[in-house]
Design a protein around this ligand. Structure first.
Ligand SMILES: Cc1cc2nc3c(=O)[nH]c(=O)nc-3n(C[C@H](O)[C@H](O)[C@H](O)COP(=O)(O)OP(=O)(O)OC[C@H]3O[C@@H](n4cnc5c(N)ncnc54)[C@H](O)[C@@H]3O)c2cc1C
Length: 430
């Protein structure tokens, strides 16, 4: 049991961040080892299912369905400390909360998500929510995003993707495809609308096989794509978006685009409290410096990290946590027991790309940027079945299985694999 004083406490396992990664790890640890002395440090009173924010911003899901009180999702057996981390002293296996309490640990898990840096785009923080400037990356603005898309009267609709790693790399496009369908379905709007996707990256998608699919989607829709366009300023009154445009061998130049609707995805980084700590990598992002296979910190053996805050070189998503959590749990328990770490993460991640109403590309891949498929079917294709999985099955699985520490492996699909292979229908990794 936890030793408890007002200013200092010790736990066998201390998890900082009770979002998706922190809760899934806590639940899996307590299933594997009931009675573990485990605490979760989390400031928010409400837990967010962020994967529901894109459907909510397109009127497909009520916003209320995307969050629940934190107290209802803390796994039985875990102590919830409602507070936030203010500094870390990993050399002493201890951290200090914003309330000044010292928390020490046998093992620390960092699952603090990432920081949205709205103010890195000049003029954006004060303009968001006005003059057609919207974002699904802030829960406070999702209702306005839906209202703005729904009532759009035509003109130029610009969607952006920043230069930094972001959570759910496909989300900036998902909102665009759904919005485009809504424009097309609204009398007179589709024909009078020009949709432009401005991405700071060189390609639409980092995985070749999925990039080919989304290239076809934008071509079919007549969406203009502007690669290497990084949004740096918004002039709300004039409805102007200023981009820094990179071009090979030449210095970057500025380009101004007039918009009637602008969906912004801000630059992202690790929370300042991490990037300013000895736990961070040296270099951009300030992520927690972990081994890409074991999720263990490279310098502090009693520290592990997963999810958005980690330096794991894969796409930041809830689906990635599905691959990371069992590895971290097995390795953390080994660390507690003083035996070699048994598990390795293969970089599995996924980004279900909603390419329109009724269509999803279940984009799953690994460290080699090769498509993989949990559903046995070719993952590079747009499918209605995957739309059902994304919009109906995943939310249920999240609340009822993942947060309860049950592995997300489907008991229904796995037994079908031999039959599918025998019939030659199963997707084979290239
Ligand atoms: C619009 C959108 C759409 C998405 N769509 C998908 C999708 O379709 N599929 C998919 O797989 N993923 C999707 N994601 C990504 C997914 O939601 C995240 O990758 C996932 O939530 C990451 O989990 P995490 O635990 O790392 O961070 P989070 O779930 O963000 O949790 C971090 C927690 O840390 C807490 N915290 C922060 N600072 C401190 C501190 N100082 N001290 C203590 N606690 C702190 C926060 O309050 C929070 O509860 C989407 C995300 C967004 C925003």
């Amino acid at each position: 049991m936890a030793e408890s004083t007002s200013s200092a406490r010790h736990f066998q396992v201390l998890i900082v961040g009770g979002g998706s990664g922190g809760l899934i790890v806590a639940a899996q640890l307590l299933r594997a080892r009931p009675g573990l002395d485990l605490a979760i440090l989390e400031p928010a009173a409400v837990h967010e299912y962020q994967s529901g924010w894109i459907p909510a911003g397109a009127g497909l899901l009520a916003l209320e369905q995307t969050h629940r009180p934190e107290v209802t999702v803390i796994p039985a057996g875990a102590v919830w400390i409602q507070g936030s981390a203010a500094s870390f002293e990993p050399q002493a296996s201890r951290m200090i909360t914003a309330a000044g309490e010292s928390l020490s640990y046998d093992v620390l898990v960092l699952a603090m998500g990432l920081q949205l840096n709205w103010s890195q785009i000049k003029g954006l923080p004060e303009a968001l929510g006005s003059h057609g400037i919207i974002s699904n990356y802030s829960r406070a603005h999702i209702a306005n995003t839906w209202e703005t898309i729904r009532s759009f009267q035509g003109g130029t609709a610009v969607f952006t993707h920043p230069a930094t790693p972001i959570k759910c790399g496909g989300a900036p496009q998902k909102v665009m495809y759904l919005a485009d369908d809504i424009f097309q379905a609204t009398s007179g709007v589709g024909v009078n609308t020009r949709v432009i996707f401005c991405t700071a990256l060189a390609h639409l998608y980092p995985v070749k096989a999925y990039n080919a699919t989304v290239e076809r989607v934008v071509a079919r829709r007549g969406i203009e794509t502007r690669p290497l366009h990084n949004l740096i300023e918004v002039r709300a009154e004039e409805q102007l978006a200023i981009f820094e445009v990179s071009s090979e061998g030449k210095p970057p130049h500025l380009e101004t685009i007039h918009f009637d609707l602008l969906h912004v995805v801000p630059p992202m980084s690790a929370p300042d409290v991490i990037s300013a700590s000895p736990l961070a990598i040296k270099g951009p992002g300030g992520w927690v410096d972990v081994n890409r296979l074991t999720c263990q910190h490279k310098r502090f053996a009693d520290v592990f990290a997963l999810g958005d805050v980690s330096s794991l070189p894969t796409s930041k998503s809830l689906a990635a946590i599905r691959g990371q959590a069992p590895v971290l749990v097995a390795n953390l328990l080994a660390q507690l027991d003083g035996v070699p770490l048994p598990a390795q993460y293969d970089g599995y991640t996924a980004c279900p790309l909603i390419t329109g109403f009724g269509r999803v590309v279940m984009a799953e891949f690994d460290y080699q940027l090769q498509p993989v498929s949990s559903f046995l079917v070719d993952p590079t294709k747009e499918r209605w079945s995957m739309w059902l999985v994304e919009t109906r099955v995943f939310p249920w699985v999240y609340w009822n299985r993942a947060l309860k520490g049950r592995l997300l492996e489907s008991r229904l699909i796995k037994p079908l694999a031999p039959l599918m292979r025998w019939l030659g229908l199963a997707y084979q990794k290239q």
